[in-house]
Design a protein around this ligand. Structure first.
Ligand SMILES: *Cc1c(COP(=O)(O)O)cnc(C)c1O
Length: 385
């Protein structure tokens, strides 16, 4: 049975290229943690993680125990999984059993981890997240001091794996003053560790943008999300790179995702007729259209109604009318010989043309990350060379 009306392909050679690019920026030493939250930014954990491992990645960061479990099902035994977000009390024992590392961002969390570690006679591998100015998660200095005391006293149960923080907006150079202040506060926490004579094994603060633009934020590990998938985190990061290589354009990063479907039907529309629901699109001339078998319930944004484009026979076919729940239509009047079953590219390259995720961002308010992370988990993914 054919269960899905679209498919996603991940290009391994593009991924390898991106990892090499990141390595060049950060050097050979730091651990490269691949951030695979939100189903690997929509790329699909199940397919993406083994592909990343084939390219040498051995560290994965996720946002929840659910995602940690998804990674655990497919990863190598020597890969490390780190939960950066919520870990519910009832899941701590499970995390300990599978040696899954996790963030603690308040004193309460450290105490709970210790309690469960004692109950289970296991070690809790903790990454202590500190508050440096993003006011998201992260513990205050007062909590941190108490935490260090606890870590020191219970080394048989608590392993001080990491000391970390997250920047609030490293993508934008106009935030530099804020990032600098955060980094400075982070160093004060490190100093406190030295004073108390208990050091984290791994120091990590850099996300993609920081790792690319601010070398001094690269410590023992970097947490790389968006860049590994081939997207510049922001125009600032791209232009910063261009000025560093003294060029006016650069294609160092390669997108790894393509999203495809096939033509469901081809039909003619008389001049003056409306296409699909309501009166959103009226044919101003006799038209030929292709019907595509997916819609907003399959992850194709409704905001692209009458605005987006797809590729058929290597040519751009504009969307006509509204994106329906399971269908939408595109204009192929200008494309000869389109048949039922022809390949349609929704995201990616076909012959000499390309549809970028960022083209969605230009016509709608969708962020790259938002668009990608909403791609339904049910769409089948496969790796291509
Ligand atoms: C998402 C996330 C990252 C990765 O961010 P990118 O900008 O995609 O590289 C790193 N650290 C934390 C805590 C995150 O939540």
């Amino acid at each position: 049975m054919v269960r899905h009306s679209s498919r996603i392909e991940l290009k391994q050679s593009a991924y390898k290229n991106n990892i090499n690019f990141i390595r060049k920026k950060i050097g050979p030493e730091p651990i490269l943690s691949s951030v695979v939250k939100a189903n690997a930014y929509g790329h699909g954990i199940e397919t993406f993680v083994p592909m990343a491992e084939r390219c040498g990645i051995r560290h994965f960061s996720v946002a929840s125990s659910f995602e940690a479990e998804e990674v655990l099902k497919v990863c190598r035994p020597d890969s490390t999984i780190m939960i950066m977000g919520i870990l519910y009390e009832e899941d701590i024992a499970w995390a300990l059993e599978h040696k899954i590392e996790f963030y603690v961002y308040n004193y309460e969390g450290v105490k709970k981890a210790l309690e469960v570690a004692k109950q289970e006679s296991k070690i809790a591998r903790l990454h202590v997240e500190v508050e440096t100015g993003a006011n998201r998660t992260g513990m205050t200095e007062a909590e941190f001091k108490k935490t260090l005391t606890l870590l020191k006293r219970h080394q048989g149960y608590l392993s001080f794996k990491g000391l970390c923080t997250h920047f609030g907006g490293a993508e934008s150079l106009s935030n530099q003053f804020k990032i600098d202040a955060q980094h400075k506060r982070y160093k004060a926490f490190l100093k406190e560790c030295k004073t108390k004579k208990i050091m984290p094994k791994i120091r990590h603060i850099a996300c993609s943008a920081a790792a690319l633009m601010m070398k001094d934020t690269v410590y023992d590990m970097v947490r790389i999300g968006v860049v590994q998938y081939g997207f510049w985190p922001s125009p600032d990061t791209y232009y910063h790179h261009l000025s560093s290589i003294n060029k006016t354009s650069d294609a160092s990063l390669k997108r790894i995702i393509s999203w495809k479907t096939n033509v469901m039907d081809v039909r003619r529309v008389p001049q003056g007729d409306f296409i699909g629901y309501g009166t959103a699109y009226q044919a101003t001339q006799p038209m030929k259209i292709a019907v595509l078998p997916l819609g907003y319930s399959n992850g194709y944004p409704r905001a692209l109604s009458n605005r987006g484009q797809v590729l058929i026979s290597g040519k751009k076919a504009p969307i006509v009318g509204l994106i329906n729940m399971n269908l939408f239509m595109v204009d192929i009047t200008h494309i000869p010989d389109v048949s039922i079953g022809d390949e349609v590219v929704l995201i990616g390259r076909q012959k000499n043309n390309v549809i970028n995720v960022s083209s969605f961002t230009n016509t709608t308010q969708l962020l790259n990350n938002e668009m990608l992370s909403r791609l339904p988990a049910a769409i089948p993914r496969k790796v291509v060379r």
